[in-house]
Design a binder for this molecule. Structure first.
Ligand code: MN
Length: 155
């Protein structure tokens, strides 16, 4: 949809939008993630940001990653948990999450329904970095983070 001039895209049922393609979450096959889809809602050459909608199915999770660009996230649907740096937080509908630059982060759908969220990012951005074994050891020094990350194995 990049560069088109549609002024209105009507919402369809189930968090889909007219003319917006439902895409796989990532191209990076090294990344560990589960049951998540992506829709790019706004992307235009005249705007330096993009707005995407991600949806994590119950039990699913986003990639554990960090990067130079930041995220502004608005939960639109469902509930879950997130890890942002050393903090683990419970998420509910309409909560806002700020992910600063170079901060490890991950979102998990812990409820019975999908966790859907809007994510605002820079249009031009660096590639996400994945944690090394050493990074994971360092992260798990924090017991709360260790407990959050241990859920991955059940996935
Ligand atoms: Mn990210």
């Amino acid at each position: 949809m990049s560069g088109d001039s549609n002024t209105l895209r009507k919402a369809n049922k189930d968090f889909r939008w007219e003319g917006v393609e439902l895409l796989p979450y990532k191209e990076d096959t090294r990344a560990l993630f589960k049951s998540i889809t992506r829709q790019t809602l706004f992307s235009h050459p005249d705007l330096d940001g993009e707005l995407r909608y991600f949806e994590v199915a119950p039990g699913g999770f986003s990639t554990l990653e960090r990067h130079e660009h930041m995220h502004a996230v608005l939960i639109l649907r469902g509930s879950g948990t997130c890890m942002v740096g050393s903090e683990v937080k419970t998420l509910g509908t309409n909560d806002l999450v700020t992910v600063p630059a170079m901060t490890w982060h991950q979102f998990r759908a812990t409820g019975d329904e999908p966790l859907g969220f809007l994510c605002m990012v820079n249009a031009r951005r660096d590639k996400p970095q994945l944690p090394s074994a050493e990074d994971l050891v360092a992260m798990k020094q924090n017991p709360e983070v260790a407990a959050f990350l241990s859920d991955e194995k059940k996935g």
